[in-house]
Write a protein that binds this ligand. Sequence first.
Ligand code: GLN
Length: 254
Amino acid sequence: MGAAILGNMRFTVGWLYPDLMNIYGDRGNILTLLKRAEWHGLEPNLVELGRGPAPSEMDDVDIFFFGGGQDREQALIYDDLREFKHEPLRRVVEQNGAQVLAVCGGYQLLGHYYQTADGQKFDGIGMIDVTTQAGKKRFIGDVVVRTEIDGLSPTSLVGFENHSGRTFLGPQAKPLGKVMVGHGNNGSDGTEGLVQGNITGTYLHGSLLPKNPHLADYLIGRALTRRGGGALSHLDDSAELAAHGWILQRAQRR
Ligand code: GLN
């Protein structure tokens, strides 16, 4: 679908807990989704979804972003997530076909639970088949992933990780990719992130999408399919992919 056909179709990004779940530059994912939607001829719109009852605008969201947060912030929002956001989020994602991009702390809470290193257990909402248990050592540093998402080019994703959680995928979940540099989901099974239905989870901060424009357009394109959208027009991503290549080289030199 070219920009002309998209013709200012409204494209809505729903930002879960922008005040609390927003660390290590994760706001850059919101800026990328909104700007690339505009470049693709869409009319970008942002709905901020803080704590409290879900607003009716949540039904119009095309892609939700759920960013990272330290254990403290996760403790402040996980009750709200279960009480106010779980039901509408599940409905809009599973019935309306909205996409979700969840990073680190947000990724963990979409699963069955996240248990911190000091034994606190935050029940998740079980929209993805993962469990997370914090370890003693934090995983911090550059990450390079070889994606397993069909058709994504380049097949690499680059980012930065900083987490204590070790996430393990259940049978309903597929890895986002294989770890080439860094630790990824748990530092032991060689997987990073998850793809399950309309949900993409990852440990990649950085922020992720500015240096992985191919993943951004993959998510935008999938979100548009619910309205009969097709392939997006080609954008000049030379600057973004130069940054991607620079991180790739730096990480592989380490
Ligand atoms: N608090 C979680 C952990 O340490 C998530 C951290 C994050 O979002 N970067 O694993």
